[in-house]
Design a protein around this ligand. Structure first.
Ligand code: XMP
Length: 328
């Protein structure tokens, strides 16, 4: 059994656990055939694609998968903990957890330009991952969560899909891409059938640079905490209101801008939290969710009570176009 590089035209959409199981069995055999008794390295972000790849590889080769989770400090609240819980504690993966928070935030200090921020995050990620790769000896394979739309988009010249491009030349690996021919909904079905938690499998889209693009302007640790905490509150309240699976993407943004407020009779000069909730099919256009007012007010109250340094909460009414979904 070989790994397919191209999706066969007559391939049936994997839309049932039975079809997912058949795909898993095929891929486990394909991975075992490709890798033999070798070791495989994987950058495990905790996103859907890399998590499903990790679960498939654990099924196929157990602890010969070395999964590296880089915590760059820009993940959502609870995400690094979930990666450790699911992969190390439940699936007994050979997981290397790298706390690179200070390293990333130090490099990003004072950097305002969005594209420069993205470049720093991307480069630092490669550097950290390459350092970890060099510490391991005898790893010939690199697994990637490339999916079929990535291939289609890179062929169409829309975007370069995330791949080994960028790793230094002395690190050359043979690629293992077990979800390469799948569409996103199929990746989710496979992940669910592999036993990954719903919170991981049905996760909303999340940008690679993480909360960094929602902490608009130069990132500071305290404002980043305001983004992270307000995002956690929004997610909790959307889940409690049953909106979790209904709304395509929702998050909070804290720009580098203060406004006047009042607390205990004294003037304050604090940040604003912007709530964004949008619906979309493929992210090229988006409409806003009409969030019930009482829910917005409840979220506002929780943000005021629980998030430090905030004196204003706003709801973003902008569709795409004219706005993009993210702020940077
Ligand atoms: P925009 O802001 O362009 O976002 O309307 C469209 C979708 O793409 C996600 N997004 C990103 N994803 N790296 C990513 O992996 C990025 O730099 C990035 N920027 C935006 C965004 O969350 C939305 O779903």
């Amino acid at each position: 059994m070989l790994q397919l590089l191209v999706r066969p035209q007559d391939m049936k959409r994997i839309d049932s656990p039975a079809l997912a199981q058949a795909y898993i069995d095929e891929q486990v055999a394909a991975i075992q055939a490709q890798v033999g008794d070798g070791k495989v390295l994987l950058a495990l972000s905790g996103g859907v694609d890399s998590s499903v790849v990790a679960a498939l590889l654990i099924r196929a080769i157990g602890d010969r998968l070395v999964a590296v989770h880089v915590n760059h400090g820009l993940l959502r609240k609870g995400e690094p903990e979930q990666v450790i819980e699911v992969f190390r504690n439940q699936m007994h993966a050979n997981l290397v957890y790298v706390d690179a928070v200070d390293r990333f935030l130090d490099k990003l200090a004072g950097v305002k330009d969005p594209e420069t921020k993205r470049k720093i995050i991307g480069k630092e990620f490669i550097d950290v991952f390459a350092e970890e790769a060099r510490k391991l000896s005898g790893v010939k394979f690199l697994a990637q969560g490339t999916i079929w739309p990535d291939i289609l988009e890179s062929e169409a010249g829309i975007k370069a899909h995330h791949n080994a491009g960028g790793l230094p030349e002395d690190l050359s690996f043979e690629l293992v891409e077990p979800v390469r021919i799948l569409f996103k909904d199929e990746v989710r079905m496979v992940g669910k059938t592999l036993g990954l938690p719903d919170g991981m499998v049905y996760r909303q889209p999340f940008p690679g640079p993480g909360l960094g693009v929602r902490c608009v302007g130069a990132i500071t640790r305290d404002r980043l905490e305001a983004v992270r905490e307000s995002d956690a509150i929004l997610r909790e309240e959307f889940a409690a209101a049953g909106l979790q699976d209904k709304v395509w993407q929702y998050f909070t943004v804290v720009p580098d801008m203060k406004s006047t407020g009042i607390k205990d009779g004294k003037r304050t000069d604090d940040w604003m939290v912007i709530i964004r909730a949008v619906n979309s099919v493929d992210a090229t256009s988006a409409t806003i969710e009409e969030v019930p007012y009482p829910l917005l007010l409840k979220i506002r109250d929780r943000i005021f009570n629980e998030v430090k340094g905030v004196n204003r909460v706003l709801y973003d009414l902008s569709s795409k176009p004219l706005a993009t979904i993210e702020y940077e």
